[in-house]
Ligand binder design. Structure first.
Ligand code: BTN
Length: 325
């Protein structure tokens, strides 16, 4: 843990204020060094009051993701969030994490960017990622899965993000197979799972997550305005991205640990309960092929089971789904 993580944990734990002497004892540094760190946090936008009576008190935090603060708020060891990095801007966090995977980094690293210049979604689509408007992040995972079962990771991602959004904002998000997060039929988030694998074994998975939080309509490219939304547009108020980041990492960690201990069944049930695709007539475009039928269930490996119009059960692991009215 860094000094700032300890300092921010102490300030968050004592909302009424903590003296410079107590902080210096807790952190094992001089009072002058505490003061220097406080000045640095102020420079980053933290409002910290200092009074002779109650010491240092955290009044407000800036609307920017700060890795040390996210760690302070998460507290404790975990798999997802073991290491957190925040970049002001990058092309795509999936690319950064892919590089970490290739270089042999341990699983659980989370990389956020405040803006992406070439954010991408499934099927080669662009993902609009304006500065500080949402959460754009990717996680490195090394699950012991066969490549065909990696849809399980997308499912756990969707379930975890849905749970975090519900906990922080109270909003119920629907899931459209396999990776779309919708509110009243409009897309507020998505998951992009990419992998590096040998024929029978996954080397690593990059789980990319995008959540639209504080965009107003004009922040979306024109062609997306009728199909995309943000939590702000749906609730009429702005949300603290730090709260959502902490909630998301916590929920992803919990779900990933569950998956690792053989608990995909429970995640699949949670997914099925939130999925608006099941029970509906769908048309799925898989490359040049089209499969039409009724989406019946989620298979054990995360695939969608579709009863086709010709009566047989098709096991669909990818593609572009259109839900028929
Ligand atoms: C989709 O719905 O098609 C998936 C969208 C995934 C977007 C996220 S934002 C962070 C990460 N980096 C990317 O380039 N894409 C994912």
């Amino acid at each position: 843990m860094t000094l700032d993580t300890h300092l921010l944990s102490a300030l968050r734990e004592t909302p009424t204020g903590i003296s410079g002497t107590d902080l210096s004892g807790r952190l094992g540094i001089s009072r002058a060094a505490v003061w220097a760190r406080i000045e640095e946090l102020r420079r980053l936008g933290y409002e910290i009051e200092a009074t002779p009576h109650s010491g240092y008190r955290l009044v407000s935090a800036p609307d920017r993701l700060y890795a040390d603060d996210l760690q302070a708020r998460l507290g404790g060891a975990r798999v997802v969030g073991r290491v957190i990095q925040v970049f002001e801007q990058t092309a795509s966090t999936n690319d950064l994490v892919d590089r970490l995977g290739r270089d042999g980094s341990g699983e659980g690293v989370v990389v956020f960017a405040e803006a992406q210049t070439r954010g991408r979604g499934r099927l080669g689509r662009a993902w609009s990622s304006p500065v500080r408007a949402g959460l754009w992040f990717s996680i490195l995972l090394r699950p012991e899965l066969a490549p065909r079962a990696v849809t399980q990771v997308t499912v756990l991602g969707a379930v975890a993000i849905r749970r975090a959004i519900k906990k922080v904002t109270g909003v119920e998000v629907e899931i459209k197979w396999p990776n779309d997060l919708l509110i009243r039929g409009k897309k507020c988030g998505g998951i992009l799972t990419e992998l590096s694998a040998e024929p029978e074994r996954v080397k690593y998975v990059v789980l990319g997550v995008g959540v639209n939080i504080n965009q107003s309509l004009g922040d979306f490219p024109e062609e997306l305005r009728s199909v995309a939304t943000s939590l702000r547009l749906e609730t009429g108020r702005a949300w603290d991205r730090g709260d959502l980041a902490v909630g998301a990492i916590g929920a992803l960690d919990e779900s990933y640990c569950r998956l690792r201990s053989g608990g995909f069944g429970a995640l699949a049930e949670e997914w099925e309960a939130a999925c608006t695709t099941l029970g509906r007539h769908v048309v799925i475009r898989i490359g040049d092929r089209r499969v039409g039928g009724r989406a019946e269930a989620l298979d054990g490996d995360g695939a969608l089971l579709v009863r086709t119009d010709h009566g047989h059960l098709e096991h669909v692991t990818g593609g572009d789904v259109t839900v028929q009215p």
